[in-house]
Design a protein around this ligand. Structure first.
Ligand SMILES: Cc1cc2nc3c(=O)[nH]c(=O)nc-3n(C[C@H](O)[C@H](O)[C@H](O)COP(=O)(O)OP(=O)(O)OC[C@H]3O[C@@H](n4cnc5c(N)ncnc54)[C@H](O)[C@@H]3O)c2cc1C
Length: 328
């Protein structure tokens, strides 16, 4: 690591709609955590298509120095273009740290940028700490059961930050950041975006539920969802939810998905049935009043986020629990 911290910490963002808070506040929070140790300036790099207005507005709200890269004709993520454009710009900025979200595009882009920039790459970071004058990046391994801490000794490190785990960073209220706009021409040769489909907004009972019974991959088949529904029926004002796997399979609608790309829920009681406890799921339910998890693996990560952990097969525990409820 360069001992003279003059190199910037760069937040990489994209803007393709007029939504206001497009720069994930958590990226800002993570970058500021790095800055407390490594005192380089935090800057924001935003890629956008024909219209630059929304990107400029969002960038200005950070109060940081912002570079908006306008790529005429670009309508959304395109790996080829992002890699070409960002590697060229970043090469010239000499950053020490490059922060991307651990989303599908961040996951694809980070290793490619690291190779092009001759940088280290640490993905799925869930915490940033300082130890013995070194910056440590934590991430889950072994199906989220173990936390590994990594330190980068390279001059340049590309990071992807897990959404839903970092505290939002305070916007720079000095508000004197500069806005620089660059226009770059880039056309994909191999990958063509064929459009995007926004999910249909669904009403969900999760928001008003006092008890949520959530089904995970441990239910094993769609028929077992009936068991989870029967369990939910034991409680008043209860609703059923699912982990992403369950919603991706279409066993429940996306309006029922809990987690970083689904709903954030805060019921009085959350019962996780056959859910491993991935950070992306836990960040959507860890503010629940009381959490119970049923999982046959005693080392499942979900037990780190629960008040009561039941190590048992769902097929045995749930019917037994329902029987007792019915007797009472
Ligand atoms: C960018 C990104 C965003 C994501 N967003 C979300 C999100 O919003 N929400 C979300 O949920 N996930 C999300 N994910 C996916 C997440 O990483 C996990 O893959 C997912 O949460 C795992 O679902 P699961 O726990 O149901 O399944 P698994 O990880 O397969 O876990 C199944 C669990 O069931 C247990 N089990 C198996 N059989 C039984 C049985 N008979 N009885 C009891 N226990 C049993 C197993 O021990 C295991 O712990 C996201 C991932 C990425 C990369």
């Amino acid at each position: 690591m360069n001992p003279d911290p003059v190199h910037p910490i760069i937040i990489v963002a994209e803007q393709f709609s007029d939504s206001k808070n497009f720069i994930p506040d958590e990226l800002l929070g993570a970058a500021k955590k790095i800055q407390r140790f490594y005192r380089g300036p935090v800057k924001v790099l935003i890629i956008t298509g024909d219209s630059k207005a929304a990107a400029v507005k969002s960038g200005r709200e950070t109060g940081l120095d912002v570079i908006v890269i306008r790529v005429p004709g670009l309508t959304g993520y395109n790996g080829e273009i992002y890699k070409a454009v960002f590697s060229e710009i970043l090469q010239a900025m000499h950053p020490a740290y490059i922060c991307l979200p651990h989303t599908s595009w961040g996951m694809e882009l980070a290793p490619a940028l690291a190779i092009r920039l001759n940088a280290d790459c640490i993905t799925a970071v869930v915490n940033i700490t300082e130890q013995e004058n070194r910056l440590l990046f934590s991430r889950f391994i072994c199906n989220d059961k173990i936390i590994a801490k990594m330190n980068s000794v390279a001059d340049r490190t590309v990071l992807t930050l897990q959404p839903g785990v970092f505290t939002a960073g305070k916007k720079d209220d000095t508000g004197h950041g500069s806005i620089e706009i660059q226009t770059m021409a880039a056309a994909p040769r191999h990958i063509k975006s064929m459009g995007i489909t926004a999910p249909v907004a669904q009403d969900t009972a999760l928001a008003g539920a006092r008890v949520i019974v959530a089904a995970g991959n441990g239910i094993e088949n769609q028929e077992s969802l009936a068991l989870v529904r029967h369990l939910a029926a034991c409680f008043q004002k209860a609703a059923i939810a699912g982990s992403r796997i369950i919603c991706d399979r279409g066993w429940l609608g996306y309006g029922c998905q809990v987690g970083v790309t689904g709903m954030t829920v805060t019921p009085d009681l959350y019962i996780a049935c056959g859910i491993s406890g991935a950070a992306q799921h836990v960040s959507g339910m860890n503010k629940s009043g009381y959490v119970i998890a049923i999982n046959k693996d005693p080392n499942a990560a979900i037990f780190n986020a629960t008040d009561i952990g039941i190590v048992e097969d769902l097929a045995l525990f749930i019917p037994a629990f329902i029987r007792i409820c019915q007797q009472e």
